[in-house]
Design a protein around this ligand. Structure first.
Ligand SMILES: Nc1ncnc2c1ncn2[C@@H]1O[C@H](COP(=O)(O)OP(=O)(O)OP(=O)(O)O)[C@@H](O)[C@H]1O
Ligand SMILES: [Mg+2]
Length: 165
């Protein structure tokens, strides 16, 4: 599914609903473990400061069984977690990049691929260096609520979208 994409809008009335959506993502990803091991999974989280990108990712990691501290990658740029028995989850935040080439210089390209789940905040800051996403979630702020626009760009992304919505 390269030429077409599927889109869904979801209203997240409060933080609990954001966490519930993340939990549904986690269970869909568990069911697609084989596909993730074979091809990897790339997620993009878009939205203004405070939109809920890290809040969503933290709940997603909890749903995937991560019990320890989940830190925002704002300063370290990437945080790494072992998930789904043999997969690695990389939570990126490129906000501090001054130039997209920092993505290449940091060697981050090597962290994408089979068995890897990536969740990228501020993906535009990595520009064209960033590998394509299977699924992008754009969060809009509406007071305490968030409007999530989900866009799948691959067959794997569409399968996840089909299960969470
Ligand atoms: N419906 C909601 N979903 C998610 N977060 C919410 C919601 N309502 C309020 N919040 C609050 O919004 C804030 C979101 O912060 P968070 O760090 O997740 O944003 P972010 O998108 O990662 O920002 P940044 O671009 O700075 O990394 C938190 O303080 C959270 O409690
Ligand atoms: Mg964040």
């Amino acid at each position: 599914m390269n030429s077409s994409s599927s889109n869904t809008l979801i209203l997240l009335a409060d933080e609990a609903q954001t966490a519930a959506l993340a939990a549904r993502f986690a269970s869909a990803m568990k069911g697609l473990r084989k596909e993730i091991v074979e091809g990897g999974l790339n997620l993009r989280l878009t939205g203004d400061l405070g939109a809920g990108k890290t809040t969503f990712t933290r709940a997603l990691l909890r749903g995937l069984g991560v019990a320890g501290r989940v830190r925002s990658p704002t300063f370290e740029l990437v945080e790494e977690y072992d998930v789904l028995e043999g997969c690695v989850f990389y939570h990126f935040d490129f906000y501090r990049f001054e130039d997209p080439c920092e993505f290449e210089e940091a060697g981050f390209r090597d962290l994408f691929g089979p068995g890897r789940i990536t969740a990228c905040e501020w993906s535009a800051k990595a520009g064209a260096y960033l590998p394509g996403a299977d699924l992008e979630m754009t969060l809009g702020i509406e007071g305490g609520a968030r409007r999530a626009a989900l866009c799948a760009s691959t067959a794997l992304g569409a399968r996840i979208l089909g299960e969470v919505c």
